[in-house]
Design a protein around this ligand. Structure first.
Ligand code: ATP
Ligand code: MG
Length: 399
């Protein structure tokens, strides 16, 4: 099959393919971008696979960066774009289900496509627009089916992350999992224990953010894969509560999705949970803030102090989540309270510890901290103007 119109992202990258070919090697567009082009979906990363070895690729282009050379990937910089150019490879020797024991570079496109996860991810596209489809991926695309390349159980045994990827692609594409493929995923979920949490996080996070997250999550629950995810064991019933979210709801950010997850799982102790998932501290903090806002909102309207503690964006995300949960909401009140605040951070206060020590004879220590917080909250509550004069008067009165 030939694409009648090459999407502009590929056209822009054609010179890269052509240069590799001129040097005497094969080169194709591969992976998600070809799938997305066939589905008329937006294309993000145009990935290239080639028969040239990394050192050979580097000699073809004046500007390259080593980003994963041990996996065969060289980043080729071309104008204002960059492309991952990866040597054809096989990953046939797996020792611990985590990663290939060794990546073998090969010169054959077929070998490379064979090691890919799903038939719809295993297309190659050449410079003429011809689609190379060795595993009937076009048929699966037409029927909206996710099918493992080759023997499903072998593929998931080789790399159990593909189980999570299966749920993730179901969520992003809205396809059904072909029955042998799902059966194999189902049977092999215990292998997920051997996969690094970071890799699982990436796929689970993408699943939650995808438009058909309900479908991906339903399969994940059905297969009991969640039992092998950090801190999720036996949480099936509570996890189901995510489906109480409004039918059409999609998460607007990762932090919102994870906050919703923690909320339905009734996990109040956010930090240890996120630690087990090995997320960044900053991400964990945002999730924690969102969960805290949700908890505060259960008790009623937010006060000025409540709004002061958080970013407006998080306050609104929490309110959107409440809305999707069918709870009473008042976005307007939150915006108004937030906007009525005269400061949003203590750094904006017109006075600081230094001035208190120099001009008011305070000693460094807890008392100083107390008076500073008192000023801070008086300003937040609207009882004190954030103005040097006003603060001076306030302090004088206290003395
Ligand atoms: P997205 O559009 O979300 O980036 P994608 O299909 O490009 O989806 P990537 O994770 O970027 O997915 O991987 C690029 C390609 O590499 C896939 O399409 C697939 O062919 C192959 N691939 C990636 N990870 C695996 C894996 N664990 N096992 C087999 N093939 C994989
Ligand atoms: Mg991709």
């Amino acid at each position: 099959m030939r694409l009648t119109q090459m999407p502009s992202e590929f056209q822009k990258a054609l010179p890269v393919l052509e240069k590799i070919k001129e040097a005497g090697f094969e080169a194709y567009f591969v992976g998600g971008s070809v799938r997305d082009a066939l589905l008329n979906r937006p294309i993000h990363d145009v990935d290239i696979a080639t028969s040239s070895y990394p050192e050979e690729t580097k000699q073809i282009f004046p500007r390259t960066a080593d980003i994963g050379i041990e996996h065969g990937t060289v980043l080729v910089l071309d104008g204002d774009e960059d492309y991952e150019v990866t040597t054809f490879r096989t990953e046939d020797v797996y020792v611990d289900y985590r990663r290939p024991s060794a990546v073998s570079f090969v010169r054959s496109l077929e070998e490379d496509l064979k090691r890919r996860d799903f038939t719809v991810n295993a297309f190659a596209l050449d410079e003429t627009g011809e689609i190379i489809d060795l595993f009937h991926g076009l048929e699966d695309l037409e029927n909206q089916v996710l099918r493992a390349v080759g023997v499903a159980s072998e593929r998931f045994n080789e790399d159990a992350l593909r189980i999570m990827r299966g749920f993730r692609f179901q969520a992003s594409l809205g396809f059904e999992l072909e029955s042998e493929t799902f059966k194999a995923m189902n049977t092999l979920t215990p292998l997920l224990e051997k996969i690094s949490v970071e890799r699982i996080f990436v796929e689970f996070d993408k699943l939650l953010l995808a438009p058909f997250w309900r479908r991906g999550l339903t399969s994940m629950i059905e297969s009991q894969a969640y039992d092998y995810l950090p801190d999720m064991v036996s949480s099936r019933d509570r996890l189901q509560r995510l489906f109480d979210l409004e039918e059409v709801f999609t998460f607007e950010s990762s932090e919102q999705a994870w906050a919703a997850l923690l909320w339905v799982l009734e996990i109040n102790n956010v930090q240890p949970f996120m630690k087990h998932w090995k997320t960044s501290r900053q991400f964990a903090k945002q999730v924690q803030d969102l969960v805290a806002i949700l908890a505060m909102r259960e008790k009623g309207e937010l006060s000025k102090r409540d709004c002061y503690r958080f970013d407006l964006d998080l306050l609104i995300q929490a309110e959107n989540l409440r809305q999707a949960l069918g709870k009473e909401v008042n976005h307007q009140a939150i915006r108004e309270t937030y906007n009525s605040l005269t400061i949003h951070d203590k750094k904006e206060i017109q006075i600081n510890g230094g001035i208190l020590i120099k001009e008011y004879g305070y000693q460094p220590g807890p008392e100083l901290g107390e008076i500073l917080s008192e000023i801070e909250y008086a300003i937040v509550d609207g009882d004190l103007e954030n103005d040097l004069e006003a603060i001076h008067d306030y302090l004088r009165e206290k003395k």
